[in-house]
Design a protein around this ligand. Structure first.
Ligand code: SF4
Ligand code: SF4
Length: 707
């Protein structure tokens, strides 16, 4: 590179800007640039003015702004969400993003040199010599990445026709976006190649080999018989075509799909790390008509931004268990239906409609919202941090307040209201599960305990799940844990009551449970059920009645893992040798990041653990969350049946898998059902981690009850 600079020093090692464009052309270019930027700025202003109409304070999501921006930059620039589950998409998006950003920064540097440094400040251009050579090399290399990335996108969209990229809202804007990027990338190289060839008749252009792609285009043109004179004549046409396309692109960014370059980043900056697992409350003074999302005015500014941030990538839809089982829900469609409705309403293309209703004309059908299992797979998969579950709960709240709740869920809610449990059993029967144990379960209301054990509805009332409660009590006894329960003072924790939209009832449960717990002397709370664990950990501490922090709440597998580590739980019984697989419950894994404690326990029992392809964050919901346990759906296949098939066909152990291990009583109920309806009864058994462990410590007989 040095020799090139020495051979042709100073201002000659550069490229002529506005070559063959003339002063008039230059003036027109500046005028059009100003128009394009004005269109761009106005469009961005209009978008953000729309978000300003949303509810909630802007400041709720803008605390520690520098930290938020840095966190978002890490997520966006590493493309970590795009790489997740899809290497091809990660490479493609990284090439496009890094290439685009480099070209954008390079163009800005050139503009600063021309318009600020040289014309504005009267300095000599720095766009010469080694700077120019380095600049050209980097721009050509990164531009190539950009073109390759866009080419990969085109191949996948039009050749492979990747299913998740196509959907109800696929439109011309998607085609225009990808092809415009391609033409911009290729057009840039064509402009460069024509310029190098054209200017070669006046000067030595050998240093331009650093622009290796442009030089390659020059060679191709030469081979095709294009002379330097012909290139000089064609250059203004090529340059204007490229420039006008670039300016049109800039002007239309806020009005179509390219806006995701701005809205997606803003969405990641303003993300809530606890979205979904900690739902927003309802203001104390809200009237019934004001509760939930009944009209577009009820959406928060972040939710409106969510709609615009959607890139239509279809990742959420591809992992949604409701969609996979044929329920009438596609999370991408819901987000984009809401966006479409708002835009149509603003443009006067539609009349006002209810956002969600049972039958009739509404933006979203009630059955669509009832189909959601609150599993958070969509949110985990979304590369731009769209918070589906928060919006869906808002719509469920509206259905509840307007008396349009599913009849089965209504029954369950009535049971909770009258008896404090979803089974409609008298409160006094709650501790009956412990009757057949050969020891007394300590009463946390009567004595101080280290662990206050919240047993939960299913382990208390459901016959199959009572064995889990007895197993866990036996393990606590065997390992000398200082624990106690609330007996009949315990009530449904309310995690799913809240998620089906019954906020008033949920608040009542919080008050009752928090008051009962506050009256006890305890250090920590331990839950059998991941749903209770989630709400006790992430939601209860937001209420004044509650006297604990999130760090005080544990799932039982976490406590047992600690017992293992402390040597308090010796596996002196039978070493098990079952071939098993483990299903991550949504509320333990994806919601709260606990993946390893249950696995450590399973491995500790001696079982051979094989993973299903969809494990940890990618786990597939059993179908019971979000009130699914109480509803009847036409499903094909049921999520639980699909998951049991996965266990038998797609693990390393394959059909050797004898036990399907769960760590959630709701999962137990759903999988016991799927085992029967799917015809898997002879193939495998459903067991809870606690049941496996109680067998490993040789205490199974103590938890069995005679019929
Ligand atoms: S929370 Fe689960 S069921 Fe609901 S839309 Fe998202 S992926 Fe689908
Ligand atoms: S909501 Fe997120 S995951 Fe779903 S299509 Fe939009 S950007 Fe993709």
């Amino acid at each position: 590179m040095d020799s090139l600079v020495l051979a042709q020093t100073g201002s000659e090692v550069t490229r002529p800007t506005f070559w063959r464009i003339g002063h008039l052309g230059e003036a027109i270019f500046y005028y059009l640039s100003a128009v394009a930027i004005a269109f761009f700025l106005f469009g961005v202003y209009e978008r953000f003015a729309t978000y300003a109409r949303g509810t909630d304070s802007w400041f709720d999501r803008l605390d520690d702004l520098p930290g938020r921006v840095l966190g978002a930059a890490k997520i966006v620039f590493t493309n970590e969400k795009q790489f997740d589950r899809d290497l091809y998409a990660g490479v493609m998006h990284a090439f496009v993003l890094w290439g685009f950003l480099t070209l954008f920064i390079g163009t800005t540097i050139l503009a600063i040199d021309m318009d600020v440094w040289t014309k504005g400040l009267g300095q000599d251009s720095f766009f010469v010599g080694n700077f120019y050579l380095s600049y050209s090399l980097v721009m050509d290399a990164m531009g190539l990445l950009f073109v390759v990335g866009v080419g990969m996108a085109i191949y996948r969209r039009y050749w492979v026709r990747e299913g998740r990229l196509w959907g109800k809202h696929t439109s011309t804007e998607d085609d225009l976006f990808v092809w415009t990027l391609f033409l911009l990338g290729v057009g840039g190289y064509l402009t460069e190649g024509v310029r190098i060839l054209g200017t070669s008749q006046f000067r030595n252009v050998s240093f331009e080999t650093v622009s290796f792609v442009g030089w390659f285009v020059r060679d191709v043109l030469e081979l095709a018989g294009v002379t330097p004179g012909m290139a000089e004549a064609a250059y203004p046409v090529v340059w204007w075509s490229h420039s006008l396309l670039a300016l049109a692109f800039v002007a239309t960014i806020p009005y179509a799909k390219p806006f995701h370059m701005i809205s997606s980043f803003a969405n990641v900056v303003t993300r809530d790390e606890k979205a979904g697992k900690r739902l927003p409350g309802v203001p104390d003074d809200a009237s019934p008509e004001e509760i939930g999302h009944g009209s577009i005015e009820d959406f928060s500014w972040k939710e409106l931004l969510d709609h615009d941030a959607c890139t239509k990538c279809g990742r959420c839809s591809s992992v949604c268990p409701a969609k996979a089982s044929g329920r009438p829900l596609d999370p991408r469609d819901v987000i984009l239906d809401l966006k479409q409705y708002r835009e149509d309403l603003d443009a006067g293309r539609t009349d006002e409609q209810p956002i969600v209703a049972d039958g009739g004309t509404s933006v979203v059908d009630s059955e669509t919202m009832e189909s959601c299992m609150s599993c958070m797979a969509c949110m985990d998969a979304c590369p731009v941090e769209i918070e589906h579950v928060e919006q869906f709960t808002g719509m469920n709240r509206r259905l509840t307040e307007s008396g349009q709740m599913d009849a089965n869920v209504q029954d369950a809610m009535m049971n909770v209201f009258q008896n404090g449990n979803t089974f409609g059993e008298p409160e006094r029967k709650r501790p009956d599960w412990a009757d057949e144990l050969d020891f007394e379960v300590p009463d946390a209301r009567e004595e101080p305990v280290e662990y206050l054990w919240y047993v939960g509805d299913y382990p208390s009332f459901d016959e199959r799940n009572r064995k889990i409660a007895r197993s866990l009590a036996t393990i606590f006894e065997a390992s000398g844990v200082d624990y106690g329960i609330l007996y009949e003072d315990e009530q449904t924790a309310g995690n799913d009551v809240r998620r089906v939209g019954e906020e008033g009832l949920y608040e009542m449960l919080v008050e009752d449970n928090a008051t009962a717990i506050r009256d006890c002397e305890y250090d920590n709370i331990v839950c059998t059920d991941p749903h209770s664990y989630n709400t006790f950990r992430n939601e209860y501490p937001e209420f004044d009645d509650c006297d604990w922090d999130e760090d005080d709440v544990f799932h039982y597998t976490q406590v047992i893992e600690d017992l293992f580590r402390a040597g308090q739980l010796g596996l002196s019984g039978t070493e098990l040798d079952y071939a098993v697989t483990y299903h991550d419950p949504c509320h333990l894994g994806r919601y709260n990041g606990e993946f390893e404690a249950p696995r450590e326990i399973v491995a500790g029992t001696g079982c051979e653990l094989s993973e299903m392809p969809r494990n940890r964050e990618d786990s597939f919901c059993c179908g019971g969350g979000g009130g699914g346990l109480w509803m009847d759906f036409d499903e094909d296949p049921k999520p639980s049946e699909e998951r049991l098939r996965e266990a038998l066909e797609d693990t390393d152990a394959g059909s050797r898998v004898e036990k399907f291990v769960v760590a959630c009583p709701m999962c137990m109920t759903m999988y016991e059902d799927g085992r029967k309806t799917g015809g898997f009864e002879d193939d495998l058994e459903i067991v809870d981690v606690a049941e496996l462990l109680v067998e490993a410590i040789g205490e199974t007989e103590r938890v069995e009850v005679s019929d």
